[in-house]
Ligand binder design. Structure first.
Ligand code: C2E
Ligand code: MG
Ligand code: MG
Length: 718
């Protein structure tokens, strides 16, 4: 028996004679060895099947009928994995075909069959069953595989009717496979463009029509059965039969909503400012480029408004970054509320914002927006317990006249913004080509200032401060003078801002401090009156951590008594002084150094702030006296400042006193001191020494009221 496989046949045959004849047909047979077991009834067969392995069942159903059908069902149930060959009588042939559909592998008609035929039928039946089993297993395996992958799979026949959905596909479409099966693909797999909402043709139909793998366009959403939308990505392929004919198609797709949201978030983050949520430099550049292209085609204009906050650094330094950040957010909100939809507000970083106005008619349109922005920004910002005021300076450039590309427009708007700052802030300026020349000049001046320090082109002039009642000199203000070797004298208001911007004010300020303290000490040593020396200190100097030590070192070096040194700080600098600078000032005051507020009335100091500050005197800005003739308001403000200063126990000094009327006015309103061209222009040190030596009185002491003084004054003036 070696080399042959022994097959076991279970014959279910009620007729013993027929059973014997079948046994005969199967034995003896060379290589095809069948081992035959015979039972007479189905129930015997069932018992047999529980105890033995059987390869094929040979079942006699006689003439078939309902009983036959039921018998077959029972046998199949008892041995679902065993192939069954039926025996029928001749008359039962139609019944036999039905039995094949019910699960039998083959049938034979009794009386007509030969031994070989029987053997072949049994062998074929065994083989067919084995193939069926393995196909089933394969299908099972495929189903399990498809259900366990993360992608959705749907297949359809060549007409586009659904034949299969895996679990993921069921979940994503919302259709259970049994319900979807047989439906047209478009009913179950509805896809649209997320933006245009246009229905997208089914890629499976295309795969079949074009006989190649196809893909969905990007930005595609699947509309689930319940209406919910899911972003998907896919590929669809035709399915071929053995000879290459198309029998259907399969689509594999996946939910990319999360990945897409993440990608969108990343893109958003890379194009927006994290603090304000506004478009950043990158996105603005992009939009500006588009706006220019559009304006070129339509022959319209584009405006770039470059905005920088005035004094933001002080707020940030004095109140902290948290408050500064909130202020920037508040400003972002106001700017956004001001513009139309196609326009863009962006934050460039720090306290710089850029507004892009698309398709404007005339430059006047840009001017209107710029004015509105300045107005909106200047309104109070309530940040926590702080009521903050801040102003903005804006530079405007226009396409095409100020530049043909984004870079030129941005650069020129920036230049115009600096011009607006130079012109006193809280205003806007349109770009002019001359401004570029100014920018170059500024750069040049910076280098020249550096040179000036090295080659000693600086000098200090001194202007007397006069007691309004006695007319005597009670102080000197040191004022910096720069004489350029070619251009001659340069005004302080021209070069001091450049020195501040470039940081050169630090070494220059040190020079002034040493020079002025040294001079004051020299006058003392010459036996002249001991009067305090006032020095102008820039905010940048004060914020420098070494300032305190520098002053101490100079006092030490020059041996000047601290009581003879006075520091002049502008109002805006004092208002926004960081805590450490305030304590430095307090320390110096404790030593005897005095502090005064310069240019008072031009900033926005609050009374409570004034009370807290370590100051001794205030200097009324010269603009008030200068405008007094034309404007009663200025006189009223000057009077109010004098009274306020007095009530705060501060000495009040009037600056820019140019006429006798000014002096009379100051005497009448009991201002303490005055300074101005009426008394003396600033002068070199030796001239000032003469003045002290001669104990010059600028006016006779006012003994009674001002009528008396008037007389005295007109005498000196003549
Ligand atoms: P300031 O401290 O308010 O100085 C007074 C300015 O007014 C001086 O101008 C002075 O020459 C001018 N002045 C005095 N009396 C009159 C008058 O009756 N009429 C008019 N129209 N002007 C008068 P200057 O020297 O050109 O200085 C301008 C500003 O530059 C100063 O204003 C001060 O803020 C700054 N500055 C001057 N020297 C220094 C310095 O050494 N360091 C710093 N940081 N700033 C300085
Ligand atoms: Mg001053
Ligand atoms: Mg001043």
């Amino acid at each position: 028996m070696s080399g042959t496989i022994c097959r076991t046949v279970l014959l279910i045959e009620g007729n013993a004679q027929e059973a014997a004849s079948i046994r005969e047909m199967l034995h003896p047979l060379g290589s095809h060895t069948f081992e035959l077991a015979h039972v007479e009834t189905v129930s015997e067969a069932m018992t047999h099947l529980t105890e033995h392995v059987v390869d094929v069942i040979l079942l006699d159903l006689g003439s078939g009928g309902v009983v036959g059908q039921e018998t077959l069902r029972q046998v199949r149930q008892a041995a679902p994995r065993v192939s069954i060959v039926l025996l029928f009588s001749l008359a039962a042939e139609p019944m036999a075909r039905q039995a094949m559909r019910d699960g039998a592998q083959d049938y034979l008609i009794k009386g007509e069959m030969q031994s070989q035929e029987l053997v072949r039928a049994l062998e074929n039946a065994i083989e067919r069953k084995a193939i069926e089993e393995s196909l089933f297993e394969e299908k099972e395996r495929a189903q399990v595989t498809l259900d366990s992958i993360g992608d959705a799979v749907i297949s359809a026949d060549v007409e586009g009717r659904i034949t299969f959905l895996n679990l993921v596909a069921e979940r994503l479409t919302g259709w259970p496979a049994p319900e979807a099966s047989g439906l047209k693909m478009d009913e179950v797999f509805r896809i649209e463009d997320a933006t245009t909402r246009v229905t997208i043709p089914n890629p499976m139909n295309q795969a079949v029509a074009l006989n190649r793998v196809g893909h969905l366009p990007t930005n595609c959403v699947l509309i689930r059965r319940d209406g919910h939308e899911i972003f998907i990505e896919d590929s669809a392929a035709p399915i071929h039969n053995r000879i290459g004919g198309i029998t259907g198609s399969v689509i594999v797709f996946r939910d990319v909503s999360t990945a897409r949201a993440l990608a969108e978030e990343t893109i958003h983050a890379s194009q927006h400012d994290f603090l304000t949520g506004l478009p950043n430099r990158l996105l603005l550049n992009d939009r500006l480029g588009q706006a220019i292209a559009l304006a070129k085609r339509r022959a319209t204009s584009v405006a770039v408004l470059f905005m920088d906050l005035d004094g933001f650094k002080h707020i940030n330094d004095s109140l902290g970054h948290l408050v500064g950040d909130k202020l920037l957010q508040s400003i972002a909100k106001r700017l956004t509320a001001l513009i139309r939809t196609p326009d863009t507000v962006s934050r460039q970083g720090g306290d710089e914002f850029v507004v892009l106005l698309q398709e404007i008619g005339t430059s006047e349109d840009a001017a209107i927006v710029a004015k509105r922005i300045i107005q909106a920004v200047s309104q109070v910002h309530s940040i926590g317990e702080h009521e903050l005021y801040v102003t903005a300076s804006i530079g405007v450039s226009l396409y095409p006249q100020d530049g043909l590309d984004a870079e030129a427009l941005m650069k020129n708007a920036d230049t115009a913004m600096y011009r607006a700052k130079d012109l006193g802030r809280q205003c806007f300026k349109f770009f002019k080509p001359a401004m570029n020349i100014r920018a170059v000049e500024r750069q040049k001046m910076e280098e020249e200032l550096r040179q000036a320090l090295v080659t000693k082109q600086f000098e200090l002039y001194y202007q007397p401060r006069v007691d309004v009642l006695t007319g005597s000199v009670v102080g000197a203000e040191a004022l910096l003078r720069w004489t350029h070797p070619e251009r001659g004298p340069v005004a302080a208001i021209k070069f001091i801002p450049v020195a501040e911007d470039s940081g050169l004010i630090l070494p220059i300020g040190s020079w002034v401090l040493r020079e002025a303290c040294g001079q004051a000490k020299a006058w003392l040593d010459q036996g002249l009156a001991a009067i305090p020396m006032s020095i102008n200190v820039s905010g940048i100097q004060l914020q420098d951590a070494t300032f305190l030590y520098e002053v101490l070192a100079m006092l030490e070096e020059t041996k000047l008594a601290p009581g003879l040194l006075e520091l002049e700080l502008t109002e805006s600098v004092l208002m926004h002084l960081p805590e450490y600078a305030q304590s430095a000032l307090r320390y110096l005051r404790d030593l005897g150094v005095t502090v005064s507020i310069d240019d008072f009335g031009t900033g926005y100091s609050s009374l409570s702030c004034l009370k807290r500050l370590p100051i001794d005197s205030l200097k009324i800005d010269q603009s008030f006296l200068q405008q007094m003739n034309g404007s009663p308001d200025s006189a009223a403000i000057a009077i109010a400042i004098i009274r306020m200063g007095k009530s705060l126990n501060l000495r009040v000094v009037a600056e820019g006193v140019e006429s006798v009327e000014d002096v009379v006015f100051l005497q009448e309103h009991e201002c303490d001191e005055a300074q101005g061209f009426y008394f003396s222009h600033p002068m070199p040190a030796d001239q000032f020494a003469d003045l002290l030596r001669k104990r010059t009185l600028y006016c006779a002491p006012a003994e009674e009221k001002y009528t008396h003084t008037m007389r005295a004054l007109s005498k000196t003036a003549s």
